[in-house]
Design a protein around this ligand. Structure first.
Ligand code: AMP
Length: 282
């Protein structure tokens, strides 16, 4: 496994690999790796001659400095996991290498970036798009792998690729969960034991909401029930929304279960978690 901290050295290595190998599969991450990340890497390895994973906690997507500071950083353990998974190349730059002294820019995605996560984390998707665009220019992957855990992010990345004509195929893969339903997240590491137990309410509330909507319950009522379920576990529901899966248009009721998804965010102790559930898988 080759590890690079510098863009130029990485690009020189990728150039030599490309002269021999047909395709490069890329998995961008912020580290603190878990099975969700590894599911993306396994797909990248399976579908490409060369796999590359980046580990970079991107400051431009954090509005809250305390959140950025507390984000788990476990580089040595991450590298050991990637080695075990036979990842070919790792890119783990520092902030100076990624951004240098360049003044900030912003990117906007009308219709997509002001709702849900965009409403509660202003500027977040501009930062995500900025770092993803940079990484795509640096790595020039044939395929890039993203998790549906961050459903809105996948739509933003697809829009970015289309708008700026990146020559990359975006592959999105399902959420990997713990046995008790909690979606794997690097942020779960920061949950105290009692909060870790309480956090299972997110998936339970999503399932309950899905069931209620399919039985004809109003979204208003479904939202109130989810709020109550969360509150009973000491979890504060930030939003529960129903949306259409292609453009993330917010819905009031389920008309087509195959193209509707429930999305939620909740505060569990000091940790903010997100999750989502399709009304019906395609
Ligand atoms: P992150 O390190 O949180 O930026 O995540 C890197 C990639 O892993 C993103 O595409 C995430 O959507 C994906 N990911 C995170 N958690 C999961 C999960 N539980 N299942 C599947 N993919 C995930």
């Amino acid at each position: 496994m080759h590890i690079f901290r510098e863009i130029k050295a990485l690009q020189a290595h990728l150039r030599t690999l490309r002269s021999t190998y047909s395709s490069v599969g890329f998995v961008p991450t912020m580290g603190a790796l878990h099975d969700g990340h590894l599911s993306l890497l396994r797909a990248a390895r399976h579908e490409n001659a060369v796999s590359i994973c980046s580990i970079y906690v991107n400051p431009t997507q954090f509005g809250n400095p305390a959140d950025l500071e507390k984000y788990p950083r476990t580089l040595e353990a991450d590298l050991a996991l990637l080695r075990k998974e036979n990842c070919d190349v790792v890119f783990c730059p520092n902030n100076d290498e990624m951004y240098g002294q360049s003044p900030p820019i912003s990117l906007s995605f009308p219709g997509l970036d002001k709702v849900l996560e965009g409403e509660f984390r202003p500027g977040h998707f501009s930062g995500v798009a900025q770092v993803v665009a940079k990484l795509f220019h640096i790595v020039e992957p044939d395929r890039a792998y993203f998790g549906e855990k961050d459903f809105q992010q996948v739509l933003i990345v697809r829009r970015l690729v289309e708008a700026l004509s990146f020559n990359v195929k975006i592959v999105s893969l399902p959420i990997v969960r713990e046995a008790d339903g909690l979606a794997l997240s690097s942020r779960n590491q920061r949950l105290q034991p009692a909060d870790r137990i309480a956090a299972t309410v997110l998936y339970a509330a999503l399932n309950h909401a899905r069931q209620s909507l399919l039985q004809g319950e109003t979204l208003e009522r479904v939202r109130a029930e989810a709020k109550e379920m969360c509150a009973a576990k000491g979890v504060s529901l930030e939003y529960l929304a129903l949306a259409e899966t292609k453009a993330l248009t917010l819905l009031e009721r389920v008309t087509d279960p195959h193209s509707s998804i429930l999305l939620m965010a909740a505060q569990v102790g000091p940790v903010r978690l997100i999750d989502n559930l399709r009304i019906q898988t395609a």
